[in-house]
Design a protein around this ligand. Structure first.
Ligand code: LFR
Length: 490
C-alpha cells in the first residue's frame, strides 16, 4: 500500500499525517502533532527551528512504529521566513519569526531609498506586508548577508536537513517578493538593491519534483521509513489551495483559514496592475502554474492571542459557543489595521479601539470572541467585493478550508453577509493538498482536477446557506465609519 506523509507546520501547530489512497478515497491518519510558537530572545522573536526538526524526526519514528516501511514525504510551512547558510552549510543565525519588529518602517525606507513601491509591485505582483522576505532581508545584518552562501526559506531548510539538498521551492519563493512575474526567476534589480547575488539562492524548484531519499546519516539509523522525498507546494497556503474540494463548474473563491485568513481566487495569469496594488492584492505562485490572487486578513491570530492572554483556559469551541449567544455586531474592529499585527495585548488593543471609537467594550471572553468573528466576517465581505471588482468575476461559492473552517459561527456569518453558499472543510486542507501533490507526482492521481474530486469525495464539505442580515444597510454604514478610523493596513 502506497503511503504519503505530509509534514505540515503552521505558526501555531505542526503535524505529520499519513495518507493512503483506497480506491477513490483518501484515508488519513495523524501520526504526530506538536505545538509551535515564536519565542522572544534579546528583544527579538524567533522560531525554534531545531525543535521543529526534532518533531519531524519523532513523527517519522512514529510512522515506522506504526508499520510504515516505505513512503513518500513532503513538507510545507508558513511563508516568508528564511535561513542563511554559511560556506559549509552551517546556519548563521537564529531564525527570525515574521512578526519580529525589526522590520517596522523597513518597507518605507526601502521604497524611499532604493526602489519605489510601484516598480516592485509591477515586477513581483506581491502585496506589501511588513514582513515580506524582501523587507526582512533589508533589515538583516549586512555583514551576515555578505558571509551568506545560501538563502533558504524555512521549509527549504527542513528539506536540506532531511536530504542534504538545497532548493528554493517556487511557491514559497514567490512570498519573498523577490521573484519577477515576467522572467519567472529571481529579479536581479531587487537582489542588487539588497546587495545580494543570484548564486546565494538555489535553483527555483517546482512542487512535485523528487529529491530522492533521506540523507545517509538519517537513513542508516534504521529508525525511519524509507522515504522518497517529494517537493510539496512548500508554502502552506499553496498546499491549502490545492486541497480546496472544488469540483463543480460554479465559480469559486476560497479562504484558507488559520492563523491568517487568506481570501482569494485561483487564476491562470497574474493581475499586477495599479488597482490590485492599491487594494494590496497579491499574486503568489501556486502549484501547477496557477496564481493565488489573494489578500491576507488578520485571521484567527486575534482569537489565538486573546485565548493565550487568558491562560489558554478556554477551548476554541467553547469561545465560539459563547460568542454565538452574544448580541451580533455589538462592537467591531478593523482587523487588518497594523495595530493588531503584534500588539502588547490583543485583548487590550481590541478594548482600546472600542473605547476610542465610542463602542461598547467587549468585557467577557464571549463578547471578545464575538467582536473578532463579526469583524472578520465583515472584513471577508470587503475583500470579496474587492476580489470581484479586480477579477471581473462573480463568485457563486466560497470555500473555507483549514482549521478555521470548524468555526460554524464565522462560516455562517460569512455566508449571511456575502449572500452566497459557503462550503466548509476540510480542516486539514493544507496537509491534504501536500499529499495530493505527492500522489500526482507518484502518478497515483492524474492531475489536480482528479485530486480535488477525490478530496471532495473523501471529506465532503458542509454547506452554509445564507440567511438575511437584519438592518444590513445600517450595519454596513457603521462598518464603513469604523474602517475610516483605520490608520494603516498591515
Ligand atoms: C499562512 C501564511 C500566509 C503568510 C503568512 C506568513 O500560514 O503562510 O500565507 O502570509 O503565513 O508566512
Amino acid at each position: 500500500m502506497r503511503v504519503a506523509i505530509a509534514v505540515d507546520i503552521g505558526a501555531s501547530s505542526g503535524r505529520l499525517v499519513a495518507a493512503t489512497l483506497k480506491g477513490k478515497q483518501l484515508e488519513m491518519n495523524e501520526l504526530h502533532r506538536f505545538g509551535n510558537a515564536f519565542m522572544e530572545k534579546d528583544g527579538h522573536d524567533y522560531w525554534d527551528i531545531d525543535a521543529l526538526f526534532k518533531e519531524i524526526l519523532i513523527g517519522l519514528k512514529k510512522a515506522k512504529a506504526a508499520g510504515i516501511h516505505t513512503c513518500t514525504l513532503a513538507i510545507d510551512t508558513w511563508g516568508v521566513d528564511y535561513v542563511l547558510l554559511g560556506a559549509s552549510g552551517e546556519r548563521l543565525h537564529d531564525v527570525y519569526a515574521y512578526r519580529d519588529e525589526r522590520t517596522v518602517g523597513a518597507a518605507d525606507r526601502l521604497h524611499q531609498n532604493l526602489i519605489g513601491r510601484e516598480s516592485v509591485y509591477a515586477k513581483t505582483g506581491i502585496q506589501e506586508l511588513s514582513f515580506n522576505t524582501l523587507y526582512q532581508l533589508y533589515a538583516h545584518d549586512r555583514g551576515q548577508l555578505e558571509q551568506t552562501n545560501q538563502i533558504l526559506l524555512v521549509p527549504d531548510y527542513l528539506y536540506y536537513l532531511l536530504t542534504g539538498q538545497k532548493i528554493n521551492e517556487a511557491t514559497n519563493a514567490s512570498t519573498t517578493q523577490l521573484l519577477n512575474l515576467q522572467t519567472r526567476e529571481f529579479d536581479l534589480d531587487l537582489l542588487q538593491a539588497l546587495g545580494l547575488k543570484r548564486e546565494q539562492f538555489a535553483e527555483l524548484t517546482q512542487p512535485g519534483t523528487s529529491l530522492g531519499g533521506l540523507k545517509a546519516e538519517l537513513a542508516e539509523t534504521g529508525d525511519y521509513p524509507e522515504c522518497s522525498v517529494i517537493v510539496a507546494p512548500t508554502h502552506d497556503t499553496a498546499s491549502a489551495v490545492v486541497g480546496v474540494p472544488a469540483t463543480t463548474d460554479r465559480s469559486w473563491a476560497y479562504i484558507s483559514s488559520g492563523t491568517w485568513s487568506l481570501l482569494g481566487a485561483e487564476l491562470s495569469e497574474p493581475l499586477n496592475g495599479d488597482e490590485p496594488r492599491k487594494a494590496n492584492y497579491t499574486n503568489e505562485w501556486g502549484a501547477y502554474g496557477t496564481f493565488r490572487f489573494l489578500k491576507n486578513i488578520m485571521g484567527l491570530w486575534m482569537i489565538q492571542e486573546v485565548r493565550r492572554e487568558n491562560g489558554e483556559s478556554h477551548h476554541f469551541a467553547e469561545l465560539a459557543e459563547w460568542a454565538e449567544r452574544e448580541e451580533a455586531f455589538r462592537s467591531l474592529v478593523p482587523c487588518n489595521d497594523e495595530r493588531f499585527l503584534k500588539p502588547q495585548s490583543m485583548t487590550g488593543e481590541i478594548i482600546a479601539f472600542c473605547q476610542e471609537s465610542g463602542q461598547p467594550v467587549p468585557d467577557t471572553p464571549g463578547r471578545l470572541a464575538r467582536c473578532i468573528f463579526d469583524s472578520l466576517a465583515l472584513t471577508y465581505l470587503d475583500a470579496m467585493r474587492e476580489l470581484e471588482r479586480l477579477t471581473g468575476q462573480t463568485y457563486e461559492v466560497l470555500h473555507i478550508v483549514g482549521g478555521g473552517s470548524n468555526n460554524k459561527l464565522l462560516s455562517q456569518l460569512t455566508a449571511d453577509l456575502l449572500g452566497i453558499e459557503v462550503w466548509t472543510g476540510p480542516s486539514e486542507a493544507t496537509a491534504i493538498g501536500n499529499i495530493a501533490v505527492q500522489l500526482i507526482a507518484a502518478e497515483a492521481l492524474a492531475d489536480i482536477r482528479q485530486a480535488r474530486q477525490v478530496i471532495a469525495d473523501s471529506f465532503p464539505p458542509t454547506i452554509c446557506h445564507p440567511n438575511q442580515v437584519n438592518n444590513r444597510n445600517h450595519l454596513l454604514e457603521r462598518w464603513q465609519r469604523i474602517n475610516q478610523l483605520t490608520l494603516k493596513e498591515t
